[in-house]
Write a protein that binds this ligand. Structure first.
Ligand code: ADP
Ligand code: ADP
Length: 228
């Protein structure tokens, strides 16, 4: 579904962040990118929704080059979750989730139903949380809102850049477990960046270990564990 064909990224000062990368990410796969800091994980992720342009090679989604899609359509059809979710502090949780343009045309009731369903999906009681402000939520709960917002437009692809790594170990473990449950209930292609091998093995269908902008090893958790 997502294909990298000889993709390289050269930043200024000639840092080659990604080096002739070939990847095939399957539909509905939970694909983890892992490796040490600076190995090119974030660069790889951000090239998918064109937050960063490739220097060489091409990326395809459904056999169509990403440069051939309308960029706004591309971005809004790819959910994106960051390490530190930026919620609008003056807006309620429901408003923060419904900010996605796709929902703008919807009726009030329809939006509320959708927001409530999303809150349930990420393990928060809608009746309690929908009218709260972000400041009233814990770090873990804010990340849950980030996941809900990424799911709001029902995109087929979700990019997650170390979404749980700023959390304390207990919240982190809870979110990982919920993510595991969520991945079984939604049909999404997820590209997930982490530097935590335990997290990668727990969540990934396949794990891609990167080193200096290249693929060092790629395989299922089983393959990674037994053929290191
Ligand atoms: P990771 O996500 O694995 O930590 P990154 O993709 O962020 O790695 O970075 C890969 C390499 O590219 C690193 O050497 C980093 O310093 C460099 N890099 C990242 N962003 C920029 C940038 N905007 N300008 C120049 N170099 C960058
Ligand atoms: P964190 O991930 O930051 O630890 P939690 O998800 O553990 O946050 O939730 C923090 C607080 O919110 C806990 O006291 C928990 O009981 C409460 N909480 C979590 N989920 C719900 C829910 N669906 N309904 C009501 N309260 C909840």
């Amino acid at each position: 579904m997502i294909t990298f064909d000889g993709v390289s990224k050269l930043y200024e000062h000639r840092t080659k962040a990604v080096d002739k990368l070939d990847l095939h990410i399957q539909e509905n796969e939970f694909f983890v990118l892992i490796g040490p800091s600076g190995c090119g994980k974030t660069t790889t992720l951000k090239m998918i929704n064109r937050l960063i342009d490739v220097s060489e090679g091409s990326i395809f989604i459904d056999d169509k080059k990403i440069t051939e899609y309308d960029i706004h359509e591309l971005r809004w059809n790819i959910g994106y979750v960051l390490q530190q979710i930026a919620l609008f502090p003056h807006m309620t949780i429901a408003e923060n989730i419904a900010i996605v343009p796709e929902l703008k045309m919807w009726g009030r009731k329809q939006i509320q139903d959708r927001v409530d369903k999303l809150l349930e999906m990420v393990g928060l009681n809608p009746a309690i949380y929908r009218n709260r402000k972000p400041a009233e939520l814990s770090g873990g709960q804010q990340q849950r809102i980030g996941v809900a917002r990424a799911l709001a437009a029902d995109p087929r692809i979700i990019l997650m850049d170390e979404p749980f790594s700023a959390l304390d170990p207990i919240s982190r473990e809870k979110l990982q477990n919920d993510m595991l449950h969520l991945k079984q209930t939604i049909n999404k292609t997820i590209v997930f960046v982490t530097h935590d091998i335990r997290e990668a093995l727990k969540l990934g269908d396949r794990i891609c270990i990167m080193k200096e902008g290249k693929v060092l090893q790629i395989g299922s958790p089983d393959e990674i564990l037994h053929h290191p």
